[in-house]
Design a protein around this ligand. Structure first.
Ligand code: NAP
Ligand code: HSE
Length: 455
């Protein structure tokens, strides 16, 4: 920081902006989010200076391609390929480049040189948040990451600060906009997964390589961050059970609608109280939820999250979980907090992991299920399926059967689709039943296995 002067004069009036100290800000990345961060910093420079009590001076912007024109808010003179030198000179580093390396090394280096860090990098936080937290602690700097979970929606701050005096039981929500857009399009139009994904890509919601979104990895990274904060434990990405939406078919969507339900990719983190203590679960999977559930109405690429806490009760957060400008809003909030600490002293929240709760393996959880099978249509098949389920203690809630059309004159055995929803049962019991079905001659295929939530 180049100068130390209070934002308030001795008489308590606001000092002129020119007398405020200057904070040197390095921005790593000038893509979708970085470009918007730079626009907001430049357009709101005076207001931000008043709010912080210091001026934010962008000293450089690290990119890969120096030649690309990035518009008026990203002056070419600030661009550099030398991110490593840039972070050595900064009071505050905003990391919006993404990926694990070189982002991790740059942030550790920045903190070692005394800079506070604001990052949107959920992948890095989920994979190696512990190292970043430790570095922030050792070097007495701040680490903020509101934008890493659900874009513009304030979620990290409520969980780690506003609810720090409460006891969070559960966080459940839609934290990936791309998959919500795809599932919403499939629900509204009856489109297949592939067609809905292609539409999402044409409209710029899904990336050319959509793997991180559609396989659930992005949502799992966010679940790992939320679970760690909510339960004061380090919940590693490897402890988050993750299933994506690539296997969801138009038939699944239609079956859900027939049952008065809709399919959403949910991130669920919860505290599970047991006789001899408590454990936690963090998981991401597509699930059927009732059409009247508030999450069912979350359309397009929006995100929504419920938090259940002992004293606060239920809280719902809703808004834009992605996009340059919404994500930049969350980053600027963090920038103001980190910059205020630099100007006025103090440190932001540190890692809280005193509880060190263990994760419960998925097999030990109980869920209600919807399973869909293609079977031979002959006497005894349904009884056989029901017998297998009941043998593993699984109670059927509803059954729907539909005969499949057969070619005229075919002497192949007739086939039927059977859709079964169950009451809550152990995951391990369902896995065992499915193992039996996969070796049962009359069960021709297991078409879907989905959980039912929100009832
Ligand atoms: P992006 O559009 O791909 O931009 C990445 C930027 O980082 C580009 O300017 C790129 O330079 C630069 N960059 C990448 N690797 C670099 C390297 N090794 N050295 C120097 N510069 C490098 O990505 P984004 O969508 O803005 O996302 C940035 C971060 O925000 C990610 O962590 C992402 O997960 C997170 N985030 C994004 C959103 C969203 O809606 N996009 C929402 C929440 C969080 P070039 O321009 O020269 O290629
Ligand atoms: N790809 C993410 C989404 C945005 O679709 O929600 C960044 O978190």
């Amino acid at each position: 920081m180049s100068q130390h002067a209070s934002g308030l004069s001795a008489s308590g009036e606001h000092a002129s902006l020119s007398s405020l100290p200057t904070l040197r800000v390095a921005v790593l990345g000038a893509g979708t989010v970085g470009g918007e961060v730079l626009r907001l910093i430049s357009q709101q420079a005076d207001e931000l200076a008043h709010r912080v009590g210091g001026r934010l001076e962008v000293i450089g912007v690290a990119v890969r391609d120096l030649d690309r024109d990035r518009g008026e808010h990203v002056p070419a003179a600030l661009l550099t390929e030398d991110a490593a030198s840039l972070v050595h000179d900064a009071d505050l580093v905003i990391e919006v480049m993404g990926g694990i390396e070189p982002a991790r090394t740059l942030l550790l280096d920045a903190m070692a040189h005394g800079a506070s860090v604001v990052t949107a990098n959920k992948a890095l936080l989920a994979q190696d948040g512990a190292t970043l937290y430790e570095a922030a602690d050792i070097h007495g700097v701040d680490l903020y990451f509101e934008a890493a979970v659900a874009g513009a929606i304030p979620l990290v701050r409520p969980v780690r600060e506003s609810l720090a005096g409460d006891r969070i039981q559960r966080v459940l929500g839609i934290v990936n906009g791309t998959t919500n857009f795809i599932l919403d399009a499939m629900t509204r139009t009856g489109a297949s997964f592939d067609d809905a994904l292609a539409t999402a890509q044409q409209l710029g919601y899904a990336e050319a390589d959509p793997t991180a979104d559609v396989e659930g990895h992005d949502a799992a990274a966010k679940a790992s961050i939320l679970a760690s904060l909510a339960f004061h434990s380090r919940v590693r990405l490897s402890a988050v059970h993750c299933e994506g939406i690539t296997t969801i078919s138009a038939q699944d969507i239609a079956a859900a609608a027939r049952m008065g339900r809709t399919i959403k990719l949910l991130s669920i983190v919860e505290r599970i109280e047991e006789e001899d203590g408590e454990r936690i679960s963090a998981r991401v999977y597509p699930a059927l939820i009732p059409e009247e559930h508030p999450l069912a109405a979350v359309a397009e690429a929006y995100n929504a999250v419920f938090i259940e806490a002992d004293a606060a009760g239920s809280l719902m957060f809703y808004g834009q979980g992605a996009g340059g400008s919404p994500t930049a809003s969350a980053i600027l909030g963090d920038v103001v907090s980190a910059a205020r600490s630099r100007v006025h002293g103090g440190v932001g929240p540190r890692e809280s992991r005193y509880a060190e709760l263990e994760s419960i393996p998925l097999e030990e959880l109980r869920s209600a299920f919807y399973i869909s099978l293609t079977v031979e249509d002959r006497p005894g098949v349904l009884a056989e399926i029901a017998g297998t389920l009941s043998g593993y203690g699984i109670s059927i809630s509803t059954i729907h059967q539909e005969l499949l059309e057969q070619e005229e004159g075919s002497d192949e055995p007739a086939q039927a689709h059977i859709g079964i929803s169950t009451h809550r049962a152990l995951e391990s019991a369902m896995t065992a039943s499915l193992d039996v079905f996969s070796s049962t001659a009359t069960v021709l295929s297991i078409d879907s296995v989905l959980r039912i939530e929100g009832e």
